[in-house]
Design a protein around this ligand. Structure first.
Ligand SMILES: *[C@@H]1O[C@H](CO)[C@@H](O)[C@H](O)[C@H]1NC(C)=O
Ligand SMILES: *[C@@H]1O[C@H](CO)[C@@H](O)[C@H](O)[C@H]1NC(C)=O
Ligand SMILES: *[C@@H]1O[C@H](CO)[C@@H](O)[C@H](O)[C@H]1NC(C)=O
Length: 529
């Protein structure tokens, strides 16, 4: 009998003896003490998340090569709101020790960051390894571990060496699979003795949408009416890029499993952007539309990687537009991850656009799956609206998305790799306003509460990361939107904790690190598909 079983049996006996005494009052006590038990299992990861291009700066430092975002952000006419770039970002490259101190004072036990591919391989597999790049991540990882903070490392978070774009069109070419596998192997070999959580890609569902359907990310490829680009085909290229990313993921996982996993003992997953899609009515058509919305976004990647095939809805609608996996690829793909990384921020109502006519908009076209999204139903918002047009506050979405993934993918372990609240910098905004971030605290508290409900109901969730430790470069929004638990003054790069930092610290001290381990806890289970 293992410890968790013993604890469960012990708890059961305790209940047996307690109940007959005075059923009503003991039940209240039991309920109270249960209510006080942390829902978060032992070794649960509480952390903050970041990514290389959004944080590091140091864009020409120590032999780093140019990546796609360096080139894009310097190109006139790009779509970055404030004309800014990530050349300096929050200068994490030089200030990582200070940032680790901030993490340590929050009491987090983990940190999610990504590796700048061009820092390690300035020219991809067509050039040498940049040892200075390897050294930077070695120092970062060692400094984290010294403070008891476990690294969760994303191999590529949207950025990659420009060389790969120039040589063969990056993700549109199957050659990208080979480059990614080569890079992944170097990272596992260099850092895997200390890194136990790996993510291959961050939000490839969004990456291919922005890069190849709407064209607002490099390489700015799209076709009208999806966007206004010089080159591209919004109705075919996203599927080709996604196909190569899926196969690149599985190539890296295969390398990890055959060369490293046994000795290094870590796990590898992929992160998807996961909105919750709520059918706008009880009609079958709207329910099917919500399912199509999931299929054409997160399940586009998860279904192949877990089941070895694209979602049936995608196959039916897209036919020959959707690339095919060979029999060998299908076999290799199945069970092709150890955990699902969930980036969850907000929810939408979804309506059918297959049998009803919809105004053109996100999701409505055939190649997006014939659905339409809205934050409102009959003029009533799904949740409190925020500064950001795309974000509304619907904490129930957290329980719903986690439960949906649990049921769809047989409770494969999940990690909430991002969740956070954005505030827009206005011309007259003051630092003080940002520091007193009551709305962010309310948001995080609500979403964590719903996450704990999902866990109590049996979802195997292993970690939670706030986006983000610091305000940072938010892609097309530049520095106009702030997601940090710490405010960054972009003139001086001074970091100042916001109310949310104080709140998160308290939350972790009350709920984290197996503080209050009592019988009846959800124990970490072995992976089971
Ligand atoms: C549970 O928490 C409540 C208030 O949050 C407190 O009054 C009560 O004493 C706690 N019970 C136990 C068993 O710790
Ligand atoms: C598309 O982009 C070009 C060049 O940037 C611009 O001149 C044109 O007005 C744009 N068209 C639309 C419809 O936005
Ligand atoms: C700040 O400017 C916005 C418009 O940009 C305005 O609506 C708001 O009232 C201003 N706030 C203050 C405190 O002046």
């Amino acid at each position: 009998m293992d410890v968790s079983t013993m604890l469960c049996v012990g708890f059961f006996l305790l209940q047996m003896f307690m109940l007959p005494l005075s059923i009503s009052s003991e039940l209240v006590t039991l309920e109270q003490s249960l209510g006080n038990l942390s829902a978060f299992p032992p070794n649960f990861l509480f952390g903050t998340a970041s990514s290389a291009y959004q944080y590091e700066g140091g864009f020409m430092s120590d032999g780093k090569g140019l990546n796609n975002w360096d080139v894009y952000s310097h190109k006139p006419g790009n779509m970055i709101a404030d004309g800014s770039n990530g050349d300096i970002a929050v200068d994490h490259y030089h200030r990582y020790l200070e940032d680790i101190d901030l993490m340590h004072s929050l009491g987090v036990n983990s940190y999610r960051f990504s590796i700048s591919w061009a820092r390690i391989l300035p020219k991809g597999r067509f050039g040498k390894i940049n040892e200075a790049g390897i050294n930077f991540y070695n120092k970062l990882i060692d400094a984290l571990l010294l403070k008891g903070i476990k690294p969760l490392v994303t191999l590529t978070h949207v950025d990659f060496p420009q060389e790969l774009e120039d040589r063969y069109g990056s993700w549109l070419s199957p050659e990208s699979q080979e480059d990614f596998a080569y890079f992944a192997d170097i990272c596992f070999k260099s850092f895997g003795d200390r890194v136990k959580y790996w993510v291959t890609f961050n939000e490839p569902d969004f990456q291919v949408k922005f890069a190849y359907r709407t064209g607002i990310f490099p390489p700015s490829r799209c076709s009208w009416p999806f966007g206004n680009c010089t080159y591209g085909d919004s109705e075919t290229e996203p599927f080709i890029a996604a196909h190569n990313i899926i196969l690149a993921h599985i190539a890296a996982v295969h390398i990890y499993r055959t060369k490293y996993q046994e000795t290094q003992g870590g796990s590898v997953g992929i992160v998807l952007h996961c909105f919750w899609f709520e059918p706008i009515s009880n009609s079958l058509a709207d329910k099917l539309a919500a399912e199509r919305a999931r299929s054409f976004t997160m399940k586009w990647f998860l279904d192949p990687i877990i089941f070895g095939r694209y979602p049936p809805e995608m196959q039916n609608i897209l036919g020959s537009i959707l690339p095919e996996f060979s029999t060998t690829e299908k076999e290799k793909l199945k069970k092709g991850l150890d955990f699902i990384g969930v980036n969850h921020y907000t929810s939408y109502y979804v309506k059918d656009c297959m049998f009803s006519v919809c105004e053109p908009g996100t999701g409505t076209s055939k190649t997006e799956g014939f659905w339409g999204q809205s934050s409102q139903k009959n003029g009533i918002p799904i949740g409190e609206l925020t500064d950001l047009a795309w974000q509304n506050v619907y904490p129930q979405g957290m329980e719903k998305i986690v439960t949906y993934l649990k049921e769809t993918y047989h409770n494969i372990p999940m990690i909430i790799t991002e969740n956070g609240y954005g505030e827009v910098s206005k011309a007259n905004s003051t630092t003080e306003e940002f520091l007193y971030d009551v709305k962010r605290v309310e948001y995080l508290a609500g979403y964590l509460d719903q996450l704990s409900t999902a866990i109590r109901k049996g979802a195997d969730v292993r970690g939670y990361f706030v986006w983000s430790l610091l305000d940072n470069f938010e892609w097309n929004l530049g520095y106009t939107v702030r997601f940090g638990l710490h405010h960054v003054d972009y003139k001086t790069l001074k970091r100042t904790p916001k109310s949310s930092a104080t709140w998160y610290k308290k939350f972790i001290s009350e709920h984290g690190q197996a503080k209050d381990q009592k019988p009846g806890h959800v124990q970490n289970r072995p992976y089971c598909y």
